[in-house]
Design a protein around this ligand. Sequence first.
Ligand code: NDP
Length: 330
Amino acid sequence: TKTILLNSRPSAKPTKENFKFSEEEVPELKDGELLLKTKFVSVDPYLRGRMNDVKSYIPPFEIGKPITSVIIAEVTGSKNNDFKKGDFVSGNLAWKETQIANAKGLNKVDHKAADLTAYLGVLGMTGLTAYFGLTEIGKPKKGETLVVSGAAGAVGSIVGQIGKILGCKVIGIAGTDEKIEILKSKFGFDEGINYKTTKDINAAIKEAAPNGVDVYFDNVGGEITDAVLMNINKFGRIPTCGAIASYNDEEIPTGPRPQPILIKNSVLMQGFIVSNYADKFPEGIKQLATWLKESKITYSETVVEGFENIPQAFMDLFEGKNEGKMVVKI
Ligand code: NDP
């Protein structure tokens, strides 16, 4: 079966040379195991961190071994009583067209309740990250101003919509005019700032948020965050979710030192990993599914077709080529 291995570790931006396509034998199915056919592959910015040989909250990929990410697969063979042929599962699986897996860590997904890809996005890690980062750390109150960076991406677009449900004024920052238009027309954001064409992002935030920023959901870090910090209000909260602007940096980035701003305004800035909230995932999924059913939230996705295009789809995240969740259909 076709497999994608880590060939080398990237310096700066990942390139196609960092990936290697190979053919591997599919072993015999043993008791307790499942034979899985890959249907949809999630490509995510955090995989960039796993390509480095550094200690993190999740171990690095090994050179010569398959890359893994969350995958939706169809059960095509089963020696496990809990799963049968025709079931769909989601789990952290290898970038292989077909694979044998232990059922541990796999969850059945109901293709009748929602589109399969929703389990990689709004009803998966993406939605949970948005929900818990915003409600547990951001704690937005009615009438407050919420700024979201990476706003037209998978997490950001959900964060903004939850902000609207909770009664906030929501301002999104994203990289194209088309994305800004979608933020307002499809996701109900009040204002949008294109960080690539806006010369003075600080001034643009001041204009969009005349009462200052109460909650800043940070997906990107870097200079965008520097600018939002200049506008943070007293007792502001900053869920630090992602820092994609720095993931390809080879040296530790430097910039303004935020401490005086945080102190002066009693600001809470807290990093988090979605799995911190694992014991509350059922509650989060239930809420997101309810909002989805009631059409209070919606989602978009960029679906790339073909196993051979997985690495390119991943690399395209760093160029902002996706709108909503980036998914590869096999
Ligand atoms: P997205 O769907 O948001 O895709 C990435 C987006 O980032 C691109 O579309 C692009 O949009 C933007 N981007 C790329 N490069 C830059 C840059 N240099 N500066 C600013 N924006 C950039 O991905 P996700 O929604 O999956 O993830 C969003 C963030 O959340 C990531 O940083 C990710 O690591 C983090 N995350 C954290 C989790 C956690 O547990 N803490 C869990 C899941 C995600 P544009 O056109 O606007 O530039």
